[in-house]
Design a protein around this ligand. Sequence first.
Ligand code: HEC
Ligand code: HEC
Ligand code: HEC
Ligand code: HEC
Ligand code: HEC
Ligand code: HEC
Length: 299
Amino acid sequence: MNTQRIESKNRLPEKMHFWPRLLFCLTFFPALLVPQFTKAAITPHDPPEWFVNMGSFAQSAHGTFSCEKCHGDMKQSGKMHPDSENPSFLTTDALRHYNYQRCESCHKPSYEQYLQGAHAKALLKEQSDPVSTKKLPDNKKAPTCGNCHSSHYVKGHLSRVEIGRQMVITCGTCHPAQAATYLDNYHGKAAVNLGNKKAAFCTDCHGAHHCLSLKDKREALAACKRCHPDATASFAQVVIHPTIQDSPEKDQQKKAHITLIRVVTILMSILVILVVGFFYGHSFVWLLRELHEKLRRHK
Ligand code: HEC
Ligand code: HEC
Ligand code: HEC
Ligand code: HEC
Ligand code: HEC
Ligand code: HEC
């Protein structure tokens, strides 16, 4: 037994290999999970509720204001509240009933841009048809200022990366397919996961309040040119969201691009699985062998 082992020519210098190898196996897998954890640690804005946390309110950008500054005479949509004649008003959704025109006096540019954008148009459409709007789930309704900003607890002067990360979650509640595809491509990984402030967040391409659809290639090119000044028309053909959610049926060109992307992705995934499988399989077998030799020597 003993002689056999010494004869074996490619015996490994066990002290060198065993522990580093085990350590590597133990740390590498958890390391792969790290981006998931950092993503989960980012919280969206506060949920709506009846009570205002005065501590957080005092620390917010609006913390020095009196309640009346934004709630005035306590009337919403022309109705007084609390209203003893109509107590059901207390159960209405504040995000739908608050008159956000009150924000205009202090935030004129944001308010005006919002009015010109896709979300205000969708809101107008909803208001013209309240019956079918009631049936819409919350994430299909058009966002008001309050969907994207917490009026009571908003913090001023946040960094670009903090706002961007928060907004990816906020936009993602209503546009999940676009958020997922964004997080899969270069900009999302660099901006959200690595905190690279030069890379693009949703609003760098779409505009925070305009929210242009960018389906028009000239608009898309103009958006890219802000950071890629040498971009030519073909650059704007890059598919940022390989998804057909919200895409009109006639967009055949995008569909063809998506098919190509899927085929390449599947081929690359197979390749990666084979390579990683071989690598780990090999390392694991090697580990077994070292363990085996170690135990034999201790006998
Ligand atoms: C009476 C004026 C006033 C009203 C009304 C008002 N705000 Fe503000 N808002 C401010 C001031 C002042 C700041 C702090 C700006 C700063 O710190 O530079 C601020 C900050 C903000 C910020 C953070 C900006 C940043 O620096 O990132 C947001 C978002 C915001 N307000 C949204 C709203 C919304 C939504 C409404 C309507 C519900 C509203 N505000 C109503 C005056 C007002
Ligand atoms: C779809 C989400 C969304 C909606 C709806 C929205 N905002 Fe914003 N807002 C943003 C984002 C994102 C930013 C961060 C700035 C940026 O990314 O350019 C921002 C920034 C701001 C700021 C800081 C100043 C600035 O331009 O940087 C103010 C003030 C503001 N919004 C007010 C409003 C008001 C008032 C409304 C309603 C009329 C509104 N927002 C509706 C997403 C939204
Ligand atoms: C900067 C403007 C602003 C100030 C200041 C402000 N509010 Fe509000 N409040 C709003 C807006 C806008 C809404 C509608 C919901 C939303 O957008 O989150 C609201 C909603 C509410 C609601 C209803 C919440 C719900 O989900 O039904 C209550 C209650 C309330 N505010 C109480 C207060 C009190 C109390 C104060 C003073 C400590 C205060 N607010 C100060 C803007 C403001
Ligand atoms: C509360 C839900 C909600 C939130 C939050 C929201 N959106 Fe939207 N968004 C909508 C709705 C509803 C439409 C209109 C849908 C349509 O016209 O097909 C829309 C339209 C759009 C469009 C135009 C799409 C088109 O086909 O014309 C863009 C771009 C967009 N949103 C981007 C964003 C971005 C970026 C954010 C975050 C800053 C955001 N949205 C946050 C609900 C939301
Ligand atoms: C690098 C620029 C860029 C970034 C960042 C970006 N988009 Fe887009 N987005 C586009 C372009 C270009 C289009 C139009 C072409 C298309 O449909 O892919 C588009 C289309 C959309 C549409 C219209 C529906 C559709 O799929 O055609 C929505 C909604 C949208 N984006 C939401 C988002 C959200 C939410 C984020 C962040 C999570 C985001 N976008 C980040 C460039 C961008
Ligand atoms: C806010 C700035 C910003 C905007 C807007 C932006 N990008 Fe980027 N993008 C970057 C940065 C930073 C990189 C990193 C690569 C580099 O250093 O050039 C990058 C990298 C890329 C890459 C991969 C790396 C490369 O250079 O080949 C592609 C593809 C790309 N962007 C496409 C687009 C398209 C298409 C648009 C418009 C729809 C766009 N980007 C809008 C900042 C931006």
